[in-house]
Design a protein around this ligand. Structure first.
Ligand SMILES: [Fe+2]
Ligand SMILES: [Fe+2]
Length: 311
């Protein structure tokens, strides 16, 4: 392995990192941390659609496409856990051996999505958030195995976004589903704004930027997402609490960020600003669907283990 100074020099020289001998201990630890967030996000990205398909809460003609999305996400998760194995982690333990609250996917994925409008916005808003983050990784990351893997992953993610937008247009064109869709936008828009994490002025020591695991800051990535989502939502005639400031060419939010969120009611209280410490506490407690979603993929293994013990 390299010392920290050697690693920083390697990155400054524009050389890529291919395996553990090109890393410092700090780089390896940060790479594993960010890869685990990615792996868990991909895995839960597959699982979160599952209850809606079982309960038939999406139109029959979209079921095949949702199954294709689930298959893609499982493939993406497999790639990420495989990279973690190459770095010395036990993927089997990571998937089947952890408690639900130990998973690292964003809090937003632990919410229940109960209507077709909400599921459509998972694609249009949240797959897009994932795509914005992974496109930055693809363009800038110093860890070359990840960049190679993302060629396929990002192509599939853009299909997921297009599918979400198509579903959203369908909902927008039907007077019977417009109110329900607006209601979903009202709580899912701020939740996806939050997906990008702490604002830059609170995140002074960003190891991911230092090690060039990614290239853009949280606020830059959040602006990229806003610049794609706000015009889309406005074009479809829905209300969205953000606007482009013509002076700075930046998107400004029309609500205090962060503010209080009622996860049972799926409602933000724009009159009640909170601190980022409050948000981090909510994230650490995980969301209402956390245990139920993890149980979906761990239950089969538990049954299998019980059968083996009985045999
Ligand atoms: Fe994915
Ligand atoms: Fe996706």
């Amino acid at each position: 392995m390299l010392t920290e100074e050697e690693l920083v020099q390697r990155i400054a020289d524009g050389q890529l990192v291919e395996s553990v001998e090109h890393m410092s201990a700090g780089y390896l630890a940060e790479l594993k941390r960010i890869l685990l967030i990615s792996a868990d996000t991909e895995l839960l990205g597959a699982v979160m659609y599952y209850p809606n398909l079982i309960a038939r809460r999406v139109p029959e003609k979209t079921v095949g496409a949702f199954l294709a999305v689930i298959q893609d996400e499982l493939g993406h998760a497999h790639v990420d856990y495989r990279m973690l194995e190459d770095l010395g982690e036990d993927a089997d333990h990571l998937v089947y051996g952890r408690a639900p609250q130990e998973f690292k996917h964003p809090y937003a994925m632990d919410m229940p999505y109960d209507t077709f409008a909400e599921v459509a916005l998972v694609g249009a808003f949240m797959d897009r958030a994932g795509y914005v983050l992974l496109s930055d990784v693809f363009e800038h990351t110093s860890y070359f195995p990840w960049r190679r893997a993302l060629v396929k992953v990002n192509k599939e993610e853009s299909f997921h976004i297009n599918f979400g937008v198509r579903n959203l247009r369908l909902l927008a064109s039907d007077p019977d589903t417009r109110a329900e869709t607006q209601r979903a936008i009202d709580w899912m828009f701020p939740l996806t704004v939050e997906w990008f994490g702490l604002p830059d002025d609170l995140k002074t020591h960003d190891k991911q930027l230092r090690y060039r695991l990614k290239g853009c800051s949280n606020d830059q990535l959040r602006q990229t997402w806003l610049s794609q989502v706000v015009p889309l939502v406005e074009e479809l005639g829905f209300e969205v609490p953000a606007r482009l400031d013509p002076g700075t060419h930046r998107y400004e939010l029309d609500f205090p960020f962060p503010c209080a969120f009622d996860e049972q009611e799926k409602r933000w209280d724009f009159d009640n600003p909170v601190t980022w410490n409050d948000v981090i506490t909510r994230w650490k407690c995980r969301g209402p669907a956390n245990a139920r979603l993890v149980e979906i993929f761990q239950a089969g293994r538990k049954r299998l283990d019980a059968l083996r013990e009985a045999a």
